[in-house]
Design a protein around this ligand. Structure first.
Ligand SMILES: N[C@@H](CCC(=O)N[C@@H](CSS)C(=O)NCC(=O)O)C(=O)O
Length: 233
């Protein structure tokens, strides 16, 4: 997608079902990448170069438990790129972002909103001018991130999603960190109406989240070790 100000790509990494996003400013060619995956760094770097973009920011929505972030590897290819992460994450990054802090991508401005609950250091990135929000694992298509490890907390997640994401205008598009069923995006209007977890009352939501009984992600040991250090292996 290219508008007069925005260059936008959604990319997929199949092993962990992760979405990576490229956000570029059409006027200045400055760009950011959200949640790159180590295994697809070469693909992403090639696309960034072909689009004639100058990668400035590598934004991680949180310390991922299911894949190794590509930010350290991308910084070797694009030396001016700076990695970013919530200042509540306890992990390493070039820039630690406070709640509501803004980052610039050329003439575009994104706001970091802390949305803890899946992990204590989760954040979503709001691109207000274009009506887009990148929710990482806080809010997924008709779902949400699990809350059973990494300081997960269902009560905090419920408040984060309702106060910081679903409080955005109804027509905002939601771009999640993963999808396991082939969906690519959603909207605030849709998730407020159809999300089977978040439309529950808070007590029922907490009960449901505390009893999901999901298997641990296959790459969890390798991923947590590396992602606490910005993806350095
Ligand atoms: N099978 C996958 C891991 C699947 C998983 O646990 N996904 C997480 C996000 S990555 S930590 C999640 O929050 N899922 C929510 C849900 O309801 O499924 C693997 O082995 O990597």
């Amino acid at each position: 997608m290219i508008t007069s100000t925005l260059i936008f790509r959604q990319l997929f990494e199949a092993r962990s079902s992760t979405y990576t996003y490229i956000i570029g400013c059409a006027a200045t060619r400055k760009a950011a990448i959200i949640d790159p995956v180590l295994e697809t760094v070469e693909r992403d770097a090639k696309l960034i170069s072909q689009l004639d973009l100058d990668l400035q920011l590598g934004l991680n929505t949180h310390v991922h438990a299911d894949h190794v972030t590509g930010t350290a590897a991308l910084a070797k290819i694009f030396p001016s790129m700076r990695s970013c992460l919530s200042d509540e994450s306890g992990a390493k990054a070039d820039r630690l972002l406070a709640h509501r802090e803004k980052v610039k991508v050329g003439r575009l401005e994104m706001q970091c909103r802390h949305t803890p609950g899946h992990t204590n250091g989760c954040s979503s990135y709001v691109l207000d001018s274009e009506g887009l929000v990148f929710t990482g694992d806080a809010l997924l298509f008709r779902g949400c991130g699990r809350t059973d490890f990494q300081q997960g907390d269902a009560s905090r997640l419920y408040d984060s999603v309702w106060n910081e994401i679903l409080s955005l205008p109804d027509n905002f598009s939601i771009f999640p960190g993963h999808d396991y069923n082939g969906h690519m995006s959603s909207s605030v209007r849709e998730e407020k109406k159809f999300n089977p977890r978040l439309t529950l009352e808070k007590k029922k939501f907490i009960e449901l989240m505390n009893n999901l009984k999901l298997d641990y992600p296959k790459q969890i040991d390798r991923a947590l070790l590396a992602n606490m250090k910005n993806g350095e292996m």
